[in-house]
Design a binder for this molecule. Structure first.
Ligand code: SF4
Length: 662
């Protein structure tokens, strides 16, 4: 029976996890942050972080704005230099490393020397060396320690403090302590190896003793991973790899040959502190494939089963919690160690919206996994596709119910426009259905919110055709129906003069036109509407009558309060003498304007004491004459005038005429 056993302590330690979280949070808030050196000794994980906006730099000068000190820490002088450069410094030094800095600093203030057991080129040790106040050295093994003892008699002669790199090998550390205690008399030894490291190393030692082969996963530059490999190699055949791809490429044949030489084979997996969980999982999967044995580590498989299988579920729906949003994407947590990314174009079908418009941190959204990139460990998702599915359901319902769907015109394409519904469905609207006039430009409705009717759906091809025009027509019809329903004589409107004829003007009352006859435009006498209005003018009108069947509305623009007859009646009476202007001549007399809008008739018999046979011979249009108001017919709004009545004998002549008629 073949078995794969994964160490429980494999993967990110507390300090690395903490540093990653600090960096990702800073990047989500600032867009881009810089780390002084790689945050993790793992190229895959570094590239993942880079996509989050966490960029490694070699020196503070390369950073801009904000620089993060990684979990390894840095020398005191580095902090000072960052401050001089005016950069914001976020310190993600692991608290265990920070403790070493404090030990070194505080215990060397009395002039004591400091010895660091560890690799002097390792960034953690480089940082520690930068915190001593007295003389400080680093040794990595017995040879270097003995060389130091031999070559520098003064070092540590007075007093010595010893600390050890957090990831140092436990056994080597035990051996070196013996030498230190033997040689240095006034020595304080601080065991600063991290428990995470100790636990990982102890488990690796124990596991490698049980297994026929060990796979140690870690970056090429990860000292703690290398140390794990050394520990394991002392007990069984050990394969060191950075990821699953490298394992397959470089060690597959060796592994197959090893497996085939055993009836029962037990393979252990452990990983350094900088190894993301997804890489461990991938290595486990590759190993499972290689040995083709179903009897894999049950505990590990149970753990996997509880995790969303993103690889297997690509194309499926997952719940995602938004953990960061920036201008180009939303970063989401889908319950696995890999971060999920939703690029801006996959957040919404509406290109006018930015990621911040669509989601906010803390939102739980439905997404579809679109791609799992094994190379960089990213999981790419789409909210837009989920929306589109929901949108399609609504589209089908809208078609069934012939209801109007709201959306935004998001693109002009060949032959029409694309409207994206509020629910994310893409709908093609042919130019003829766009509501844009033939000579108009489709670009004019780009980015505009519109309503449309669904006129065709091809579910198989995911194609939907809509009509903005049909929706507009329905809206117009609804407005018209409401208009006729609410119309009544006497109702007032302020409408725009849309067109003009010699007999009157047509006024838009809000979707329906009404007609104002020439005689209803003003109380004054006009020959053509253009004398009082122009196209485009706003006109206050009142409904005189209407016919819903013939769709006709007769309007008047005359206001009762401006009625000149009322004014006339208020100001004039019979026998009043008025100055009037002749406005027209007829065979039976002349009309004269008393006030604008009220004319009186001077009958041919009332022009002169003499008999008049041709009015035009005695009166002319425009002439001003004095006349007497002799009669007012209120009912017919008629006034009779007489010039003759003002002439001597005029009244007597009338009396005689009346008598002779009798
Ligand atoms: Fe911190 Fe230990 Fe991880 Fe180093 S190995 S970062 S000391 S938790």
């Amino acid at each position: 029976m073949m078995q794969i056993i994964t160490a429980e302590t494999a993967g990110f330690c507390f300090g690395v996890k903490r540093a990653c979280e600090i960096a990702e949070k800073a990047a989500s808030e600032r867009g881009t942050v810089y780390t002084l050196g790689q945050l993790i000794h793992n190229n895959d994980a570094v590239e993942t972080l880079r996509k989050h906006g966490v960029i490694p730099v070699e020196s503070p000068e390369e950073a801009n704005g904000c620089i993060i000190i990684r979990s390894h820490g840095a020398a005191r002088s580095v902090y000072d230099h960052i401050a001089e450069l005016g950069l914001v410094c976020i310190d993600a030094t692991c608290p265990y490393v920070d403790r070493i800095h404090k030990i070194v600093d505080e215990n060397s203030r009395d002039g004591s020397d400091t010895l660091v057991v560890g690799d002097k080129k390792h960034p953690e040790v480089v940082g520690i060396l930068g915190f001593a106040n007295g003389d400080i050295r680093a040794v990595n093994d017995e040879n270097e320690l003995n060389e130091l003892i031999k070559s520098d008699k003064n070092f540590g002669a007075k007093s010595l403090n010893v600390v050890v790199q957090t990831t140092f090998d436990m056994c080597k550390w035990t051996d070196l302590q013996k030498i230190i205690k033997k040689h240095y008399t006034n020595v304080k030894i601080f065991d600063t190896i991290c428990r995470a490291t100790i636990n990982r190393q102890e488990e690796a030692a124990a596991l490698s003793q049980q297994c026929d082969a060990m796979i140690v996963i870690g970056g090429a530059h990860s000292s703690n991973s290398r140390k794990l490999a050394d520990i394991c190699a002392a007990n069984c055949r050990t394969f060191f790899t950075e990821n699953a791809a490298q394992l397959e490429k470089e060690h597959r044949s060796a592994l197959i040959s090893l497996i085939s030489s055993y009836n029962d084979v037990k393979i252990g997996i452990t990983a350094g502190a900088s190894t993301p969980a997804y890489i461990i999982k991938e290595v486990h999967n590759i190993m499972s494939e290689i040995i083709k044995d179903e009897a894999v580590d049950a505990e590990f498989m149970a753990a996997i089963d509880q995790m969303p299988r993103v690889r297997a579920y690509a194309g499926n729906r997952v719940k995602a919690t938004v953990v960061a949003v920036n201008k180009t994407e939303a970063v989401v947590d889908i319950g696995i160690k890999q971060s999920g990314y939703i690029p801006a174009e996959e957040l919404s079908a509406n290109p006018n919206l930015t990621p911040e418009d669509v989601v906010k941190v803390g939102d739980v959204i439905d997404c579809i996994v679109t791609k799992v990139n094994d190379a960089d460990g990213f999981v790419y998702l789409s909210k837009k596709q989920v929306d589109a599915q929901a949108g399609m359901e609504k589209i089908l319902k809208a078609k069934e119910e012939n209801s109007t769907v709201k959306g935004t015109v998001t693109a002009v394409v060949k032959g029409g426009v694309i409207v994206t519904s509020e629910d994310g469905a893409r709908v093609f609207v042919p130019a003829s259905q766009s509501g844009v006039p033939r000579n108009g430009k489709l670009e004019d409705i780009l980015k505009k919110e519109v309503g449309f009717k669904v006129i065709e759906v091809n579910e198989g091809r995911g194609r939907v055709v809509g009509s903005i025009k049909a929706s507009e027509r329905e809206a117009t019809d609804a407005v018209k129906a409401k208009f006729w329903e609410e119309l009544e004589v006497g109702k007032k409107f302020i409408g725009e003069v849309k067109s003009m004829e010699s007999y009157g003007v047509f006024v838009d009352l809000g979707g329906v036109d009404g007609m104002v006859h020439l005689t209803e435009l003003t109380w004054n006498r006009v020959k053509h509407p253009k004398e009082v209005v122009a196209i485009g003018d706003k006109l206050e009108v009142t409904v005189k009558s209407f016919d819903p069947e013939k769709k006709r509305v007769s309007l008047t623009a005359k206001k009762p309060e401006d009625n000149p007859w009322t004014k006339f009646m208020n100001e004039f009476a019979i026998d009043d003498v008025v100055k009037v202007q002749i406005v027209s001549i007829t065979p039976f007399g002349a009309f004269a304007q008393i006030i604008p809008g009220v004319d009186g008739l001077i009958h041919i018999s009332q022009i002169s004491l003499e008999r008049v046979t041709d009015v035009s011979k005695v009166l002319s249009v425009g002439q001003i004459v004095e006349a007497k108001i002799t009669e007012i017919d209120e009912e017919k709004s008629r006034v009779s005038l007489s010039i003759k009545a003002l002439l001597d004998g005029g009244d007597a002549a009338d009396d005689e005429e009346e008598a002779s008629e009798e």
